[in-house]
Ligand binder design. Structure first.
Ligand code: SF4
Length: 454
């Protein structure tokens, strides 16, 4: 049996009891609750309500293009090899930014910007510079703003890294997923440890203050032995942060995932053991386990934020900088402004058409009620701080104890005098606990829409 030291073993019975489909709660209410009655007019009103330029914003930009499609991909991504396709996307991004700024106002104080995708580093140096200028001309980045970018190691060059640093990017996330060649073949993404090691060295040489690595557990052909080797190699690279996500196999929604052989996917017990091993090995190597699925060096701002109770969670995952508003641009981007969520058209043609007609490309959204906001704060608190004060929940103490009784009986949480506290074992099940606070879940056909909780 796998020795996972201080990390508690999860019994097969416990796993079976809590192995269900559920949201990751990067928002509450979750996206399936949002609907088309929240229009571009509603989003425009939300942007105008956020107009006070002293109130900080965070920016997210979606760059959808990739060189090729990975079989496990869960992102809204398109493939291209044509630079002019990217140029055209940047033209439309500029139009969208002008529409956003016409409501939000110019030169908003900006504490965070993240570029995701897709593969933002598919852009040439000239395109990266142009894209950056689109934002710098319209927003005011504070002196300590965190500018971060996701990067495909296979496309990175030392020159590109220096160019990104010169623009002001301080943090870079490399998508690694798994370093075993057999697993890489099964997911259609080949990249050697030598390549990953070289780009990490180059990123440090270029002066990136934060180096992140993304891994995925639950991929086809992963075994405890292969993943242990990947984890060991990642620890040797010494990144500042590691995100270790569970693979979400949803072929009905992502048809390209049908090319993954389901017979090669780890079963529920192995999947859980892979994540437990990651928790054990990363914490043994000195990383602090952050929230659900992140790890950070103790000196990293994310670990310090968790220790100080300042950890925050949004569509970009765990973060240290809670901005009052999140403004997303690009196809499928999500915004969280003035008490409402808005999502852009996910299809390129529809997104483009709306922008060219002079309208914000909002496809759906949701205005949070008082009850939504209270549940949102409670879920956020639970997922960041692994505890929940009773007075943070829109339920009586008796209702809380009834609702969470099975977790308490299974040793996953304790009822303390003024709060419930998640135990070490319970930490693996905080998505299940958050589901108890979700007022919409029973109507959402969770199994079809969401990934496995453990
Ligand atoms: S590089 Fe990332 S976004 Fe692009 S296809 Fe692969 S997993 Fe998806």
């Amino acid at each position: 049996m796998l020795n996972i030291g201080a990390v508690p073993m999860l019994s097969p019975e416990l796993l079976t009891r809590y192995d269900t489909a559920g949201p990751r709660y990067t928002s509450y209410p979750t996206v399936p609750v949002w609907n088309a009655s929240f229009t571009d007019d509603a989003y425009a009103a939300a942007l105008r309500a956020a107009k006070d330029t002293r109130t900080p914003v965070a920016l997210y930009a979606h760059f959808p293009y990739c060189a090729m499609k990975c079989l496990y991909c869960g992102c809204n991504a398109l493939t291209t090899s044509r630079p002019e396709t990217v140029d055209r996307y940047l033209d439309d991004l500029e139009r969208e930014l002008d529409l956003v700024v016409s409501h939000l106002g110019q030169y908003h104080s900006t504490v965070q910007m993240h570029w995701g995708g897709g593969t933002p580093n598919l852009l040439s140096e000239q395109q990266l510079s142009r894209a950056f200028t689109l934002f710098a001309d319209r927003f005011h980045f504070t002196s300590n703003a965190e500018l971060s970018i996701e990067a495909d190691p296979r496309l990175v060059s030392p020159e590109q890294l220096y160019a990104l640093r010169a623009l002001g990017f301080t943090r870079i996330s490399f998508g690694v997923q798994d370093l075993d060649a057999n697993v890489q073949e099964a997911i259609g993404r080949m990249q050697s440890i030598e390549l990953v090691r070289d780009v990490c060295t180059s990123a440090r040489d270029a002066g990136f203050a934060g180096l992140n690595v993304d891994l995925i557990y639950g991929l086809p052909r992963q075994t405890l032995d292969t993943f242990a080797k990947t984890i060991e190699q990642i620890i040797e690279l010494n990144p500042d942060r590691i995100a270790c996500f569970g693979y979400a196999h949803l072929p009905a929604q992502r048809p390209h995932q049908r090319l993954i052989d389901e017979a090669e996917l780890p079963d529920g017990a192995l999947r859980a053991a892979l994540f437990q091993m990651a928790v054990h090995e990363f914490t043994r190597a000195g990383y602090v386990w952050i929230g659900l699925d992140h790890f950070a060096r103790a000196s990293d701002p994310l670990a310090r934020a968790q220790a100080a109770g300042r950890l925050h969670r949004n569509f970009m995952g765990y973060t240290t900088m809670p901005a009052s508003h999140l403004v997303g641009v690009g196809m499928s981007a999500i915004s969280d402004t003035a008490g409402s969520f808005a999502q852009n058209e996910p299809a390129l043609g529809a997104w483009r058409e709306r922008i060219h007609s002079g309208r914000l490309p909002t496809v759906r959204g949701h205005t949070l009620s008082d009850d939504d906001q209270q549940r949102q704060r409670a879920i956020l608190h639970l997922m960041c701080n692994l505890e929940l004060p009773y007075d943070a929940v829109p339920l009586s103490r008796d209702q809380v104890e009834t609702r969470f009784a099975r977790f308490e009986a299974d040793g996953l949480l304790r009822f303390d005098h003024d709060r419930l506290s998640v135990t070490a074992t319970g930490r693996f099940f905080i998505r299940n606990m958050a589901m108890e606070l979700d007022a919409y879940l029973p109507s959402q056909q969770a199994a079809q829409r969401f990934s496995r909780t453990v």
